[in-house]
Design a binder for this molecule. Sequence first.
Ligand code: PLP
Length: 344
Amino acid sequence: MPQPLIERYRRWLSLDEGDPVVTLNEGSTPLIHSPRLSERLEADVHLKLEGANPTGSFKDRGMTVAVSRAKGQGAEAVICASTGNTAASAAAYAARAGLRGAVIVPEGKIAVGKLAQALMHGARVIALQGNFDEALAIVRELADRNPVELVNSVNPWRIEGQKTAAYEVCDELGEPPDALAIPVGNAGNVTAYWAGFQDYEASPVLYGFQAAGAAPLVEGHPVEQPETVASAIRIGNPARWEEAMNAFTASRGRVAAVSDDQILDAYRWLASSEGVFCEPASAASVAGLLAHGMPVADGAEQPRSVVCVLTGHGLKDPDTALGKAPAVINCEAELDTVERAVFS
Ligand SMILES: *Cc1c(COP(=O)(O)O)cnc(C)c1O
């Protein structure tokens, strides 16, 4: 039985003794070797399948800690702004903890699976006529004015929990990887990985990738109207901007942009060539490595072992998948016709 990550890594998390453990047995996600990506990148590449978490994304790592803390402190409700996965995760952990949950999402801009999750877990779902950045600004004020716990990645406990993914990578490989590739939206996750690696006295080169239409860290200024097919990283003004940039600098890595076409190509390629179905935002990490390679600082060695973080499950966003996949072949219930359809 995998342990809840709070039990597995309690010594690294600054939880109070008395806090309850609100868990769905998150973490301990598969780290699988990727033979085809290894070949294409001439390195030893592993994929960290964060879609295998209970609600289908890495957000559960932070949420188990944030909601445990909130419950321990006597909160009655949690609230967040979300591009989808934070909403799904907050709703699930709130239900588990017996807390009320409210999530504010950009109207019409979240993947249908995530919406279904948030609703099924009983959260109040508010669709904002605005983008994620506006939603985050509003929930920050709401949390100041009301007795609710804000569980966006501005919540330090979210980062605490998400550090555990870096621990797992090092523990599983037996040593830290030379490099780590990760999609970047609000920049909480890259901040958390870097903090986790530092706890382990490791410093892999961090390669962060943003979608070209939502690449404030690459452009060096906020993006007013972020646009990309990768809805989970459709963010124009990341809350963890400075920490993320510090992590890229300290690790001698960098942040770069990938186009939607590159993201979708990597998305489909991973599913059809490696049997790994992640969501479009997750594929940005693979698209980025394929598009940009692994540039290193002067005098530094080329990374040999690389971990690519696949942040969420492909089933979250069936619309994008069906829009990108080959057509279904319709067929009469007749042997010869079916035979032709299958084998031609
Ligand atoms: C939240 C999320 C991201 C972005 O993580 P940040 O911490 O906001 O940078 C990437 N991919 C998926 C699937 C996500 O849910």
